[in-house]
Design a protein around this ligand. Structure first.
Ligand SMILES: Nc1nc2c(ncn2[C@@H]2O[C@H](COP(=O)(O)OP(=O)(O)OP(=O)(O)O)[C@@H](O)[C@H]2O)c(=O)[nH]1
Ligand SMILES: [Mg+2]
Length: 229
């Protein structure tokens, strides 16, 4: 059984490295998968392959954080969530998925399109949101994302919305740790802090994080990097 497992682990390493995941992290993950796959007894009714996939899933879950982050949303309390992160990591898609998730649970949800950088960003958000009937607030002519976010919040507050999700422009991953990350200044009261994954795919939650002194600015925001999660 050893040979196919080692081949599978090599495959996994190749895939992760090609996706630019930090080398140290790739080694850590693949070692854990190899060790456990070789050592653990196969549960009854499960093939070796299925077991390796299960181990891989568990190790990845461990890495991105096992405990679900609580997003405290309740009817009648105005909350906001802002999605920030590296380009193309799924912020816009996730904003609509999250909106739908809470809408299905009976909450009034609205989305704000504050990506003023990528052409067609607002249109993309509108199209996605229309499929699940989520209202979108956007200002095609406005250049400052913080203005759109602010106006969007005012709009939804009047509408007695419970949760406002703000979609922002993606940043290049080199900017992420280079120190010039700027996000719309959105009031931080009643926000939910969820967690952060940096460009090397490490979960940053402690004070000595890659975000360093700028960490406080990230409070109230979700950081998500689909590439590594
Ligand atoms: N497989 C998969 N694809 C996804 C997921 N989320 C988003 N995508 C796809 O990834 C691509 C980028 O998603 P977006 O939601 O536009 O990402 P974004 O972070 O808003 O991108 P920017 O605004 O350009 O920074 C799209 O083609 C999505 O369909 C996911 O969870 N799984
Ligand atoms: Mg987007």
């Amino acid at each position: 059984d050893e040979k196919p497992i080692k081949e599978l682990v090599k495959d996994l390493q190749r895939t992760l490295l090609q996706a630019d995941v930090n080398v140290e992290l790739v080694l850590q993950l693949s070692r854990a998968v190899e060790d456990r796959s070789l050592k653990e007894k196969l549960p009854p009714g499960i093939t070796r392959r299925e077991h390796v996939v299960k181990v891989l899933y568990e190790e990845m879950t461990k890495f991105v954080g096992q405990d679900p982050a609580k997003v405290e949303v309740q009817p009648g309390v105005f909350r906001k969530l802002m999605l920030v992160g590296i380009q193309g990591t799924g912020k816009t898609t996730s904003s609509v998925k999250l909106a739908r998730f809470f809408q299905k649970r009976g909450l009034r949800v609205g989305v704000v399109g504050a990506d003023t950088y990528r052409p067609g960003a607002l249109e993309q958000l509108k199209q996605l949101a229309a499929t699940v009937e989520i209202p979108v607030y956007g200002e095609p002519g406005t250049k400052k994302p913080e203005d759109i976010a602010k106006h969007g919040l005012e709009h939804y507050r009047k509408e007695k919305t419970d949760l406002v999700i703000i979609d922002t422009a993606g940043r290049h991953r080199d900017d992420w740790t280079a120190g010039d990350y700027s996000s719309p200044r959105v009031p931080r009261s009643n926000t939910c802090r969820v967690g952060a994954i940096d460009k090397d795919g490490r979960v940053r939650q402690g004070r000595r994080s890659a975000f360093g002194r700028r960490r406080n600015r990230f409070e109230g925001q979700i950081h998500r990097n689909r590439r590594t999660s």
